[in-house]
Design a protein around this ligand. Structure first.
Ligand SMILES: N[C@@H](CCC(=O)N[C@@H](CS)C(=O)NCC(=O)O)C(=O)O
Length: 214
């Protein structure tokens, strides 16, 4: 199995299936393509029909788009329990992923993932509204489904892979969730995401990119 990804410093989309594969404990070959270069498209082209990363290659299967890859991995490795077992919780987890996948445009545009960045940003009203919504969602999911563990649905799931890059944005741009209606649960969840061994391994990879000049 081969996962083709972008830079670990910048590629929030790539981080999601990478975390899922790590959590599933499945060995895979990681192929990294440097983004924002004149050669980027030529390097991605042989792997990805869409011209975007991430892309997963598994025998004859070529799966592109982070959400499709995560769904594929959940089907391929049912024993890894990558979605919540309960049908209602699973539907809600998929909703949370879909909302991230197609929404929060303002947050994404204004606060792109950059694992080397620490700043305090003045954020637009639209981005602040995105952060309020995420804070509400995290608090709500933790209180409704989180009793069995520290993640959105208790045990770790694909939904947590989708929100780990968001947690890095909050850290990079100096966002304190208490300013957005959090009474502690969302902030604690954010810290939990940034302390998982899988994320820390990804982050170490990003720091190594920095050492070799980006
Ligand atoms: N919706 C896609 C988005 C993927 C995406 O935006 N990938 C960026 C890197 S994070 C890319 O491949 N960029 C190619 C380029 O910069 O030429 C997904 O979830 O996989």
């Amino acid at each position: 199995m081969e996962l083709v990804i972008g830079d670990k410093t910048y590629s929030s989309w790539s981080m999601r299936p990478w975390l899922v594969l790590k959590r599933a404990g499945k060995p895979f070959v990681e192929t990294r393509v440097k983004l924002r270069q004149a050669t980027t498209q030529a390097e991605i082209a042989p792997h990805s029909p869409s011209g975007w990363v991430p892309v997963l290659k598994d025998g004859e299967a070529v799966v592109w788009d982070s959400l499709a890859i995560c769904e594929y991995l959940a089907e391929r490795f049912p024993e890894a329990a990558l979605w919540p077992a309960d049908a209602v919780a699973r539907a809600v987890a998929r909703s949370a992923c879909a909302e991230m996948h197609s929404g929060f445009q303002s947050l994404r545009g204004e606060c792109p993932m950059d694992l080397r960045l620490t700043t305090v940003a003045e954020l637009s009203e639209a981005t602040q509204a995105n952060i309020r919504r995420i804070t509400r969602m995290w608090s709500d999911l933790r209180s409704r489904y989180g009793a069995g563990g520290p993640f959105l649905f208790g045990a770790w799931s694909i939904a947590d892979a989708f929100y780990t890059p968001v947690a890095t944005r909050f850290r990079s741009y100096g966002v304190h969730l208490s300013d957005y209606g959090d009474h502690g649960a969302a902030g604690a969840y954010c810290d939990t995401l940034l302390a998982t061994p899988e994320f820390m391994e990804w982050e170490q990879g990003a720091l190594e990119e920095s050492e070799v000049g980006g």
